[in-house]
Ligand binder design. Structure first.
Ligand code: NAD
Length: 520
């Protein structure tokens, strides 16, 4: 395989000191096993959000190149689907080993392109690695069913078969984890795959693909095309693509869901969120406040399961001052700096949008006990930094509450009772995650039963299930029927075929019978 140096050292290798910067590297597509530069004349800069340096340039892939990628995936499918499941699993076994080997390189690339801290970037890789580990047991997860003797001499069994060419469209916020939610499950089920990474941070996808090739994935089984709307629309429309996995915003996700479904494709679309934590007055104070701060400000709030709203119930509202102290103590810095708790947000536009949403809160009467908008990080003055921000006295009609902010901003609301708090959460259009902090089993059980969110935490702030379960957002946070990874993920990437077989001695044949066959 061709070797390319993504991410970390494009400007500062020993041979090429940063004072002699060269033209940024062009990010190649991966088509039929070869990393090839696009012939497109249109490119987008991949920008380090801590420094504004151009890390690389990502092409808006031409339609011809896109078609080549789909043709490569289609060509690879017959051989790959007939490759023994044990061989496919073994490639995943090797891939997980290689991901572990290159964990630091992957993390450095993620921090360079996405901005999160190195430790958090390792977590990004690790949560994806767990899906690869899960795919290593695909033969068991994918097992069919069998009922012997459904009628005289007749057995029925079901098998799960791959669909063909599948595609995945990724967001910027988890450059490793989300591609790894997609292609390892899809290809181990026997499909071939077209991956479209986020145009903001494509490096990790390429590094992972290179590792998959090193692990033995045959040419054409995994292909990568870059681009934005046009590439996405081409994926939705292509007759040879059977299923589309999407993770990202609601605007893109609902468009993709509608457009790809209209072409008869399966779609699983994980979208935006507004994740609430209900804090009961009987909760254990220190553990709860630490969890709230970590879940609200980790990854600069750019996780789909980040905590964005706290609902303090009864006496717990007095804890706001302690929350403020903890939030203030967090260190904002470039993700490569060892002391950083949170890094920058992804872009100048994202920063402006977050600033604006904070201001709408203030303008509509909320308090701002902590305002991170004017932060300057020494040495990284042009980075897209926002300090931890707390907005209090928030009400459900405010724009800052209705919109997903996707930044280091925690909203604080109040409720008199658990019923009132649950009602607030349930009225929100999103249904990704919701948590309760309490020492009461009764309150926890009521919350678990009545809350309308797909992923529920009880004293757990970010309840993202491990891959033997599935990622089960609901309401406006998900469109489709079959969720990502776990059994649902296998069902998404396979078609059930149900076979009825008859083997009996034909000497006793009872002649032609035109009535509907029954088992009586
Ligand atoms: P985004 O929707 O802007 O981009 C996601 C992908 O869609 C990218 O590959 C992009 O090129 C493409 N895209 C963007 N706009 C498009 C359009 N109009 N038409 C067609 N394609 C388009 O999302 P993002 O900003 O990269 O990611 C952040 C969002 O992702 C947040 O809303 C976050 O909650 C969500 N997210 C959800 C989950 C989840 O599992 N529910 C996980 C991670 C992120």
């Amino acid at each position: 395989p061709q070797i390319f140096a993504f991410g970390n050292s494009l400007y500062s290798t020993a041979a090429e000191p940063s004072s002699r910067q060269r033209k940024p590297l062009t990010v190649p597509n991966l088509i039929g096993g070869s990393f090839v530069n696009s012939k497109s004349s249109a490119f987008i800069d991949v920008i380090n959000p801590a420094t504004q340096e151009v890390v690389s340039q990502v092409p808006l892939t031409t339609n011809e190149e896109f078609k080549d990628a789909v043709a490569a995936a289609k060509k690879a499918f017959p051989l790959w689907r007939n490759t023994p499941i044990t061989s496919r699993q073994r490639i995943m076994l090797k891939l997980q080993e290689l991901i572990r080997r290159d964990m630091d390189k992957l993390a450095l690339n993620i921090t360079t392109e996405q901005g999160k801290t190195l430790k958090d970037a390792q977590g990004d890789v690790f949560r994806g690695l767990e899906v690869v580990e899960h795919a290593c047991g695909m033969a068991t997860i994918q097992m069919g069913e069998y009922v012997s003797n459904v009628s005289h001499g007749i057995d029925t069994y079901s098998i799960r078969e791959p669909l063909g060419v599948c595609a995945g469209i990724c967001p910027f916020n988890f450059p490793a984890m989300i591609p790894l939610w997609m292609f390892p499950m899809a290809v181990t089920c026997g499909n071939t795959f077209i991956l479209k990474p986020s145009e903001k941070d494509p490096g990790a996808s390429l590094m992972l693909a290179q590792l998959a090739i090193e692990a033995g994935l045959p040419d054409g089984v995994l292909n990568i095309v870059h681009g934005t709307q046009d590439t996405v629309n081409a994926i939705c429309d292509d007759e040879d693509i059977k299923a589309v996995s999407f993770v990202g915003s609601n605007i893109a996700g609902m468009h993709i869901y509608a457009r790809a479904s209209a072409k008869g494709k399966r779609v699983q679309s994980n979208m935006g969120a507004k994740n609430h934590a209900i804090v009961m007055p009987d909760a254990s104070v220190d553990a709860t406040l630490n969890a709230l701060v970590a879940a609200g400000f980790g990854a600069a709030g750019q996780r789909c399961m980040a905590l964005s709203t706290i609902v303090f119930v009864g006496g717990s509202k007095q804890w706001e001052s302690k929350l403020l102290e903890r939030a203030k103590a967090l260190k904002v810095n470039a993700g490569t700096e060892p002391d950083a708790d949170l890094g920058p947000v992804i872009s100048k536009q994202a920063k402006d949008r977050i600033h604006r949403l904070i201001q709408t809160g203030v303008d509509s009467g909320a308090r701002l006990p902590l305002d991170g908008r004017s932060i300057v990080v020494p040495g990284y003055e042009s980075g897209n930094f926002i300090g931890p921000t707390l907005i209090s006295d928030v009400t459900a009609d405010m724009e800052c509450y209705k919109e997903e902010i996707f930044g280091p901003v925690l909203l604080c609301m109040e409720a008199e009772s658990l019923d009132e708090a649950i009602n607030i959460v349930n009225k929100n259009k999103y249904g990704n995650g919701a948590s309760i902090f309490t020492t009461s089993g009764v309150a926890a059980r009521k919350f678990q039963t009545e809350i309308e969110a797909g992923q529920v935490g009880i004293n757990v702030p970010i309840p993202v299930p491990l891959p033997f379960f599935s990622f089960t957002g609901n309401k406006a946070s998900f469109a489709g029927d079959l969720n990502f990874y776990g059994k649902a993920g296998v069902n998404f990437y396979t078609q059930v075929k149900t076979i009825t077989q008859q083997w009996k001695d034909s000497s006793g044949s009872s002649g032609i019978n035109l009535a509907m066959p029954t088992s009586q």
